[in-house]
Design a protein. Sequence first.
Length: 241
Amino acid sequence: MEAYLGIAVLGIIIIFFSFAIISGKRHAKAMKALSQAIGFSYTPSVDDDEVFLQQFSRLPLFSRGSTRDVWNVMRGQVQDFEVTIMEFRYGSNSSSTKSTSSTSTQTVIIIKSNDLDLPSFSLTPHNTSDKIATNFLSAVMPLVKKLMPQDINFDSYPLFSEFYLLQGTRKNEEAIRKLFNRDVIRYYEIHRGLCTEGAGNTIMCHVLGKELSPEDIPPLLDQTIEVCDMFQRAGDSTLTT
């Protein structure tokens, strides 16, 4: 009886992984077709994930986790923007077992523009558990608070501060506050859940932990371009004030 049970479990595992492989191949094929439709180059994988990610090293997402993987990379030009679309996964290892205990996979869209000059920032929806842990560490270990990214809140926009965690450093907090003007804040109050990171001439949008289907990528690409234009205008306004 136990032998039959073991064979049944093994069969289920084989079926699961076979389905995952087939599904992954179909997804990659669809991603390649999308890249051709929008005139982008396509690379199913990169030779060295860490080396590839160094070009985006100022974006906080790519320093998360202890393991990082990149695949289904599409690159091309839209207007005057250099665009990279890819799927990115990071994992955190369990300290007790040394194995990967949790992973997060997302489709990200990165734009480089010569008209951008952004302070380094990260904007993500608030995670209650992260907020509690941060407040606890800040209280019991004041030195840790100085080393952690600064959580930037706006008293005039409590709804934005409730839904979003805006982080930078103490050094660039003033520049970030100027960048996040009324129009930018109201945009994110409407488009809740959109994650955005910026640094220098680069901006990135994604939905945390969400791997998009190919048909959902063009709308996010359009939105990322919209966000890029918005931050260009916001940056220009800080120069004139």
